[in-house]
Design a protein around this ligand. Structure first.
Ligand code: GLP
Length: 264
């Protein structure tokens, strides 16, 4: 995995936006996989700024979100659908019909719906670039520890750690959801390129396990080591537990010189 360490969250957000924007400029109808979580907010703000000030055109982009809570009333302000529109889609020129976010309460039932979501990704030609966040327990999407590394889109029970991490988004009297529908690790690994974002000291352990630990179902993000074009973009605090930091800097320099296309 290519590792790119930035000074702080601002630099991480700018760098992530640069990767996404370059990908869109190269392929106007980019199939873009998106994530939720506070780490993504800087990226979305920067893309909105680029749209307004640098005429970044997203009119042909097709997006697929990783996941959605199960058990929230439709239109709940903390559903990932609401969050994505509020923080991103409402501020750019992407047509509504190009946006795909899993439905947390599908009428057709979960099994059929999850197959349909996979089919939508396939018939769109697959995901060109998948952006990911990282849970403290190493999850990507909502693929909690022991998720099969070959898993596909399906409903998933959330760990206590994840429920507690998400509590900050919900009112004092409201219980956060305990389940979600999420793309599987197998689904994510099929994206042509993957960009994993992590910021802050609370993610340092998960980053080290994902990048340098063994590939294991106990740390879903470690499966990205099997991907041939995955980049971990992490800030200094999140990189604190990595052993080979100096090597990553040199490797990134060399990639910039010899195969800049890999970085877009
Ligand atoms: C949720 C999402 C993940 C995301 C994680 C990190 O669990 N399902 O896709 O990676 O949040 O959130 P944050 O960036 O707020 O730490």
């Amino acid at each position: 995995m290519l590792v790119h360490i930035t000074k702080d969250f601002e630099e991480l957000s700018r760098e992530a936006a640069r990767v996404v924007a370059n990908a869109i400029r190269k392929k106007h109808d980019l199939r873009l996989g998106l994530a939720t979580g506070s780490t993504q907010l800087g990226l979305y703000q920067e893309l909105v700024r680029m749209h307004r000030q640098e005429r970044l055109d997203l009119s042909q982009v097709v997006t697929f979100n990783l996941d959605e809570y199960i058990g929230l009333a439709s239109g709940h302000p903390q559903s990932f659908r609401s969050v994505m529109f509020r923080d991103f889609f409402d501020h750019i020129n992407i047509p509504r019909e190009n946006i795909h976010i899993p439905d947390g309460a599908p009428r057709s039932g979960y099994e059929q719906y999850c197959e349909e979501y996979e089919e939508e990704i396939r018939s769109a030609g697959g995901i060109d670039l998948q952006v990911l966040g990282l849970g403290k327990d190493g999850h990507i999407g909502f693929n909690e520890p022991t998720s099969s590394l070959a898993s596909r889109t399906r409903p998933k029970t959330l760990t206590r750690q994840t429920v507690e991490d998400n509590r900050r988004f919900f009112g004092a009297k409201e219980e956060p959801p305990h389940a979600a529908i999420t793309m599987g690790i197998g689904t994510i690994l099929e994206a042509r390129r993957v960009l994993l974002l992590a910021s802050g000291a609370a993610k340092a352990r998960a980053v080290a396990l994902a990048v340098e630990g063994p590939v294991t179902a106990s740390v879903s993000a470690s499966a990205l080591q099997m991907h041939r074009n995955a980049t971990a973009l992490v800030d200094r605090e999140a990189a604190a537990d990595l052993l080979h930091r100096e090597y990553y800097e040199r490797a990134l320099e060399m990639t910039r010189k010899l195969t800049p296309g890999r970085l877009w």
